[in-house]
Design a protein around this ligand. Structure first.
Ligand code: HAM
Length: 416
């Protein structure tokens, strides 16, 4: 029996890598003043049908539950966030800066960088129309990737403005009910043959290609880049009107993050969705909003392919796994004394391990080394003294057992 296609088993090494990613995400989001929240993994299918757009609806993991409800595993968080904010808006001061880490499900064709489940960090700012919040959000996205050790040579944030395209469609007298479909075609244009896009766009093909080629001009985007420049982050961004985003709800600035070499799918994507909350509350609550999500799959691949970043992660994982103390039980008569001591050490927060059954002393020291223990405590003939061995230097010291805790507390290399 294997996991379903597109689903992953996380063995300890993979789990450690995933947790490292989560820790970096949390660390930087907190630095920016974001607070964590969570929503349900199962939602009414209707929520996505109404709000996410055709592409995601085709990829839903949906079914009818035992109460005859049409439900779907969440493919993204934004519609849930809009629902929650529309309901609880009065309880919080604006702007809200909310982040969340969770698992998402899309029935996609499995390929490099795209699975049927993935984890995302979502960061959203609610209730702020000013461009300052767009700048802050993009800066956060950049700083998260910098936290892993990536530089401007490794990734680029491609920034665009949906208004650029909606203005264009309005100018061409295209009826608004065709906008979503056309925006999706333009969004996909970079990933499919030109003739295919031209066929779908019909008479709009030539002007669209001309705009994509010229790059267009936008004062708003220039201001955004300037705002990032003040923070020393301008080298991480590029204006690219080809970024439209596949999701239906975006209304303004949109962006996607790619590796510089262009090897992978997007690492992260987001933008402004000023109308979604109003739509979900039938106009009851209207609030500007913007956000982005970063996935763990492409990010994990990019970490593995970037030597410095990968080494940084491996070092952090190895350090996080180290224990403080390995208790070597050289004489079985001392096991009870050793266990009493282990309990006390663990109560004080030390990471402690020991052998469950009678084991050769040499093997116990090997286990201490394998676990990265800073100290080994040997319970044997010296009792009521305990032999304390510094595993790094090999230095040994006899310490009376009633002074052991004080002795360990004086050691700065231990975690407690
Ligand atoms: P999205 O672009 O659909 O945006 O997804 C965000 C990121 O999630 C992608 O850039 C990618 O890294 C990752 N991702 C998406 N689908 C998969 C997949 N099948 N396998 C692996 N990774 C995947 C959203 O979801 C928006 N709700 C983001 C947002 C938040 N906009 C405003 N706030």
């Amino acid at each position: 029996m294997q996991a379903l296609p597109g689903f992953r088993d996380f063995l300890p090494d993979q789990c450690a890598a995933r947790n490292y990613i989560f820790a970096c995400w949390r660390e930087v989001a907190r630095r920016y003043g974001f607070v964590e929240w969570e929503g349900p993994v199962l939602e009414p299918t209707e929520l996505y049908k109404k709000k996410s757009g055709a592409e995601i609806v085709d990829q839903l993991f949906n079914f009818t539950d035992k109460g005859e409800r049409e439900v779907a595993l969440r493919p993204e968080l934004t519609p849930t966030l809009a629902r929650v904010v529309a309901t609880h808006e009065r309880e919080f001061k604006k702007p809200l800066k909310w982040c969340s880490i969770g698992q998402f499900f899309r029935y996609e064709k499995q390929q490099r960088g795209r699975l049927r489940e993935h984890f995302q960090l979502n960061c959203d700012i609610i209730g702020e129309p000013d461009l300052a919040s767009d700048i802050e959000l993009v800066a956060l996205c950049i700083d998260i990737l910098r936290q892993f050790g990536f530089t401007e040579k490794d990734f680029v944030v491609r920034i665009s403005d949906r208004e650029f395209w909606t203005d264009f469609l309005r100018e061409k007298n295209v009826s608004p009910d065709r906008w979503e479909e056309l925006l999706q075609i333009i969004d996909k244009s970079g990933r499919e043959p030109r003739e295919r896009t031209a066929e779908k766009l019909g008479e709009l093909a030539d002007p669209v290609f001309a705009l994509l080629k010229s790059g267009g001009k936008s004062e708003k985007l220039d201001k955004l880049v300037d705002g990032l420049g003040i923070r020393g982050l301008a080298d991480f961004v590029a204006i690219d009107v080809g970024i439209v985003r596949g999701l239906a709800y975006y209304t303004g600035i949109v962006f996607e993050v790619f590796d510089r070499a262009g090897k992978f799918r997007a690492i992260a994507g987001g933008g402004r969705y000023d109308n979604l909350i109003a739509q979900l509350s039938d106009g009851g609550v209207s609030m500007p909003a913007l956000g982005f999500a970063m996935g763990d799959v492409v990010l994990g691949e990019l970490i593995n392919e970037t030597p410095f970043v990968r080494q940084k992660m491996e070092k952090a994982i190895a350090t996080g796994r180290k224990i403080d103390v390995y208790v070597v039980i050289a004489k079985e008569e001392r096991r009870a004394d050793a266990l009493a001591q282990i309990q006390q050490l663990r109560d004080r927060g030390y990471r402690v391990d020991y052998p469950f059954t009678v084991t050769k002393v040499a093997r116990q020291f090997q286990a201490a080394e394998d676990a990265g223990a800073a100290l080994a405590l040997l319970y044997g003939d010296e009792w009521p003294q305990v032999k304390v061995k510094n595993m790094a230097t090999g230095e040994q010291q006899l310490v009376p057992q009633d002074r052991l805790l004080a002795h360990l507390q004086a050691q700065s290399s231990l975690s407690s």
